[in-house]
Every structure is written in structure tokens, then in C-alpha cells.
Design a protein around this ligand. Structure first.
Ligand SMILES: *Cc1c(COP(=O)(O)O)cnc(C)c1O
Length: 466
């Protein structure tokens, strides 16, 4: 073989370093190097986004920051690979490198979560949930999940989602203490005999008892789907119960707490294997495979799968465990600091990364608070609270999260400052009669403190603003 030239026949073995070393890097350098000249309009926006992320404090629950190496993997030449199907069984030629990448991502996903099978192809967790639900149910079958207003996700049977249109959705809510009432779940399961029960939420600050959900599912003859989209990082770090061996199927997003690209995973563990015989409809892994492709997706995003592999690799390291601990500790300290300032929290506190501020006692809405915080350089989103009387675009709550604060290195000492900032804005809005009535001097003071925090705690590995 002539050095520097690709072999004529594709090797089944791993790519050969002598031929490929540095190619990916040169490709990225090439693109990043010429883009400012070739497309200044676009590159200006891309630069603005990096700077925005450095200069604003994202106190959000629904995101984390991807390591630059994850972003580099997502921008790889794998983007050019079209390959329906699965490793070793594609419908297109030329996928032997991608086969290895997909196998690597799946291996890392199974290792990280102690699973026996992982499908790494879902484009998102919404897509993963659709695949799972359409694999386990027929249109008209009953689905039992947490109500959207109580913190559930659209794909858990909300009327606005295809899952609420094709399936008969029944929902459980929260008890007066802001926690899931398992007796209510069990009663609904007995009454409605759902085919699938979903344990998971987008806005729930407490720990899930998957064993209790499984017992309810078993009594009702239902499948249990655990959607760990929000807490996947804590699960991976052993700081939240792991449902993989208890639920029949587990799904997650890869960008929320795993620092990965936009995407989803489907994980199967011991429960899935044990269930195969009992439910008599073929191995669950195979049903999930077909549920993703061809039922709900076409070609997989090969570059995103490479980025998932990278993020899953990082999440398996000891630094990730340290980060996950800081995320959880920060959330507890933040919650305590808000309570100490007289604020009400849904469920009174938090077990995870999320703090749900209940603003319904004051006159200020979630939307106004979100907007006022944003003008001060703080990101946090409006959120329904139990019994909310305001419409979903307005709401009476605010959802805070510590994923990105912890990634930037903000610890318990800084959480008091963060609580102080939120408190100042909420009170300032209230004093001004709500809506856009934040005193400019007060807003400037908050912005200055935010700026100082962002300077002291830059996003690690991201270039600082010049
Ligand atoms: C965010 C979320 C999803 C959807 O994830 P996407 O990847 O954004 O589609 C599904 N389930 C829960 C519980 C979520 O919080």
C-alpha cells in the first residue's frame, strides 16, 4: 500500500493510524480557518453564541455544556455517512468505520449505565420515547404518565403530542406535598389497565422510586418505561437510583446532564431480558431496534453518535463523578438559600439538580421573572407549579438548575450569591408591580454581579471573551 492513500478494499478491522492520523483535525482546522472569510455573517453569529454562553449565567435545569472534544466529534466527516440499519446490517455501503463508532457508543452507554443493550440512534429523547411507545403499544392503548402541568413531558401522553393523540393517555399528578403519590399511581393503574407506565419528568426535584413503580406496573400487567432525561448524569454517577435493571425500558436525552450532543438513548437491562419470555413478543432489544428504524426514524446521525461516544467516555471518568456531586450539593444549597429568603419551593426542596420556585403567592408570573432575569444575564425558565392558575406560556413558577453552574466551578459558597440575585429580581419585580418594572439601577447591580461571577468562573475549556 502506498502511504497516504486509502486502501482499495475497505478493511473490516479498525482504521489504520498511519493513514488516518490527524485527518479529522486537519479537516476541522480547515473548516474553522476558512469560515470567517467565506461566511462572515454566519461566523459572527457562531462567535456571538460562544461569547453569550461565557457572559451569561445559565441557571437552567435542561442543559449542560458540551466539552470542546464533544463538539469536535459532532463536526466530523461522519456527517457525510448515510447508513440506514445497524452495525453489520446496513442498507448502504461504506459504513464500516461508522459501524465501529456506533458499536463504541453503544458499549460506552451500556458500561456507563450498567445496561445490557443500548440503542444510540434516537435523534432526541422525544424520538426515543416515540420509538419505545410505538414498539410497545398499538394506537388506542392506554398510557399512564406524569401530567404535563405537574412536571411530566409532552411525550408522556400530552394532548399536544402525537403520544396523546394516538394513545389513550391517563395522568397522575402530585400530592399536596409536591411529591408523587404512589397510591394515586396504583389506583389509576388498577382502574385504567395501562399498557405502559412512564416514570420520569422534566420538572420534578425529587428522587424516583423505580421499584415501587415496577410493582404497580407488574400488578397492572404494564410495561414500565423510565425516562431519566433530566437526571441521567446523577444516575451515571450513582447519585440517583438507576432504573436500568428495574424498568423494562429506560430512555434519556444526551445533552441535558450528560454534556453530549443533542440526541437520545434507549437502554435495556435485566428487566427487559426477563420480560421477553413473559410477554412472548420477541426480544425487547429487537423490538426497540425496529421501533427506532424503520418505524420512527430514517438514517442515523453518525456524527452525533460519535459525539455521544465521546460524551459517554467523559461521563465514565472520575471528574464526572466529582461534577455530579457538585451539581447536587449546589442545588441543595441554592434551595436552602431561597427558602431562607422566604421563597416557596415545590416539594420544599430538592434531591437532584433542580429547584422549582413557586411564585404563586406573590403577584409576579414565571414569564415576567424569566424575562427580567434574562435582561440581567441570568437564564432560568418559567414553569408550571401544581394547581397553576396562569396559562402555560405565563406560569407561576421558575425552574432553576445547577448543571452549568457546577460545570463552571461555582460551589456552595457561590449559591448564596445566586439565590440573592434571583431573590433581588423577584422582589424588585414585585415592588415594581410585575411586568418589565425592574428598576434600572437594580438591574445594573444584578448584571454587574453576574458579570463578576462569569469572569471568575469561565466555562472551562471554552475561550474567554477577548
Ligand atoms: C427533555 C425531555 C425529553 C425530550 O428530550 P429531547 O431530546 O429534547 O427531545 C423527554 N423526556 C423528558 C423527561 C425530558 O425532560
Amino acid at each position: 500500500m502506498i502511504t497516504g492513500q486509502a486502501p482499495l478494499t475497505a478493511p473490516r478491522s479498525a482504521p489504520q493510524p498511519a493513514v488516518t492520523a490527524g485527518s479529522h483535525r486537519r479537516l476541522l482546522d480547515q473548516g474553522a480557518g476558512t469560515l470567517p472569510h467565506d461566511d462572515p455573517a454566519l461566523v459572527g453569529l457562531l462567535d456571538a453564541e460562544v461569547r453569550f454562553q461565557q457572559e451569561n449565567l445559565a441557571m437552567v435545569a435542561y442543559a449542560s455544556l458540551a466539552h470542546p472534544s464533544v463538539l469536535a466529534a459532532a463536526g466530523s466527516a461522519l456527517s457525510n455517512v448515510t447508513a440506514e440499519g445497524y452495525p453489520g446490517a446496513r442498507y448502504h455501503p461504506g459504513a464500516h468505520v461508522f459501524d465501529e463508532v456506533e458499536r463504541l457508543a453503544a458499549q460506552r452507554a451500556t458500561a456507563l449505565f450498567g445496561a445490557r443493550h443500548a440503542n444510540v440512534q434516537p435523534h432526541s429523547c422525544s424520538s426515543a420515547n416515540l420509538s419505545v411507545l410505538f414498539a410497545l403499544m398499538r394506537p388506542g392503548d392506554t398510557l399512564l404518565g406524569l401530567d404535563l402541568d405537574a412536571g411530566g413531558h409532552l411525550t408522556h401522553g400530552a394532548p399536544a403530542s402525537v403520544t396523546g393523540r394516538y394513545f389513550r393517555a391517563v395522568h397522575y399528578g402530585l400530592g399536596p406535598d409536591g411529591r408523587i403519590d404512589l397510591d394515586e399511581v396504583a389506583a389509576l393503574a388498577r382502574r385504567h389497565r395501562p399498557k405502559v407506565i412512564v416514570a420520569g419528568a422534566s420538572a420534578y426535584p425529587r428522587t424516583w422510586d423505580y421499584g415501587a413503580f415496577r410493582a404497580v406496573a407488574d400488578e397492572a400487567g404494564a410495561w414500565l418505561l423510565a425516562d431519566i432525561s433530566h437526571v441521567a448524569g446523577l444516575v451515571a454517577a450513582g447519585l440517583h437510583p438507576n432504573p436500568v435493571d428495574i424498568a423494562h425500558v429506560t430512555t434519556t436525552s444526551t445533552y441535558k446532564q450528560l454534556g453530549g450532543p443533542r440526541g437520545g438513548l434507549i437502554l435495556l437491562g435485566a428487566a427487559a431480558e426477563e420480560a421477553t419470555g413473559a410477554h412472548g413478543s420477541g426480544p425487547l432489544a429487537e423490538r426497540m431496534r425496529r421501533g427506532v428504524f424503520p418505524r420512527t426514524q430514517g438514517t442515523p446521525n453518525a456524527a452525533a453518535i460519535a459525539a455521544k461516544a465521546r460524551a459517554l467516555g467523559l461521563a465514565a471518568g472520575p471528574r464526572f463523578t466529582t461534577l455530579a456531586r457538585r451539581i447536587r450539593t449546589d442545588a441543595r444549597v441554592l434551595a436552602d438559600a431561597l427558602v431562607a429568603r422566604g421563597h416557596r419551593l415545590v416539594s420544599g426542596g430538592t434531591d437532584n439538580h433542580m429547584v422549582l420556585l413557586d411564585l404563586s403567592a406573590g403577584g409576579v408570573s414565571g414569564a415576567d421573572t424569566e424575562r427580567a432575569l434574562e435582561t440581567c444575564g441570568i437564564l432560568a425558565n418559567r414553569n408550571c407549579v401544581p394547581g397553576d392558575t396562569r396559562p402555560p406560556l405565563v406560569t407561576s413558577g421558575l425552574r432553576l438548575g445547577t448543571n452549568i453552574l457546577a460545570q463552571r466551578g461555582l460551589g456552595p459558597a457561590e449559591m448564596d450569591t445566586c439565590a440573592e440575585l434571583v431573590d433581588t429580581v423577584v422582589r424588585g419585580l414585585g415592588a415594581g408591580g410585575g411586568r418589565d418594572r425592574l428598576d434600572p439601577a437594580l438591574a445594573a447591580r444584578v448584571r454587574a454581579t453576574v458579570r463578576d461571577l462569569c469572569d471568575r468562573f469561565p466555562v472551562p475549556q471554552y475561550p474567554a471573551a477577548p
